[in-house]
Design a protein around this ligand. Structure first.
Ligand SMILES: [Zn+2]
Length: 259
């Protein structure tokens, strides 16, 4: 049974079948799902899904894509949402220097630091998005030694993964670990102790390989594909698929404090 520790079911990609799809997950082998938010609206939706589905948990936060919306009033609303039932982290938060139309780096950092402070205050872990911002991301991690978290969709080098682990953080891998060009992610996965690794789909993005004919037309990922990330890890670790599933599910439960 799998734990998809990062999936965005508030996405439009799920408008046609969200409820039936989410309801069907446990019988299809997905035991737990964590849905992070990217701003207030998606954070509210994440909390709502967590209320409606036993196997869904939520995180709330402002993604770098929406960081300019994080003013004082929004931070207060975020704090209130973070105290709702089944909210297990502040996220996803972080830095994204890949997209040129995102907020300037300084503004992204300021928004990130306010949310790291909120996580510290509420004693919640963070879900961290780092795209092409490794140096500044590590600076933020070092600035808050009291905050633990997970680097989701890990894209850094093995050395960065090792420093994160030394600082008590987790590393999470998506379908990118199955991509034909995944050499760096595979090196990072091999370098990290097994009890620090989680898996996720980042649905509706990051469809794993091998891809199906339907993937080419539909272009939507879901938690039903998280087993492919586990399968790749099982190869890297040289364990069975069942073992990789059990290890990563246990890690996710421990990290997000899910009994
Ligand atoms: Zn995400």
């Amino acid at each position: 049974m799998y734990f998809d520790t990062h999936a965005h079911y508030d996405s439009k990609a799920f408008d046609q079948d969200r409820d039936t799809l989410l309801a069907s997950m446990p019988e299809q082998g997905v035991e737990l799902i964590l849905n992070p938010g990217c701003e207030l609206d998606s954070s509210r939706k994440a909390v709502e899904y967590a209320k409606r589905f036993d196997h869904v948990y939520a995180a709330v936060g402002f993604h770098p894509s929406d960081i300019e919306k994080l003013d004082d009033a929004a931070l207060e609303q975020l704090r209130a949402l973070a105290m709702e039932d089944k909210v297990r982290a502040i996220g996803e938060i972080g830095l994204d220097y890949y997209w040129e139309d995102y907020a300037p780096h300084q503004q992204q950092k300021a928004g990130l630091y306010r949310q790291m402070e909120l996580a510290q205050e509420l004693d919640l872990p963070v879900i961290f998005h780092d795209r092409e911002a490794h140096a500044d991301a590590m600076e933020a991690v070092r600035a808050y030694p009291g905050v633990r978290g997970v680097f989701h969709c890990f894209s850094g080098a093995a050395q960065q993964a090792k420093e994160l682990v030394d600082r008590g953080w987790m590393i999470s891998f998506t379908g990118a670990l199955t991509f034909p060009n995944a050499r760096r992610a595979i090196e990072a996965a091999a370098a990290v102790p097994r009890d620090r690794v989680m898996i996720e789909t980042d649905s509706p993005y990051m469809i794993p390989y091998p891809r199906t004919a339907e993937d080419k037309t539909r272009r939507r990922n879901s938690s039903l594909r998280v087993w492919q990330v586990a399968a790749r890890l099982a190869e890297i670790w040289q364990v069975s698929l069942e073992e990789a599933a059990a290890i990563t599910t246990e890690n996710g439960r421990r990290f997000f404090r899910i009994p």
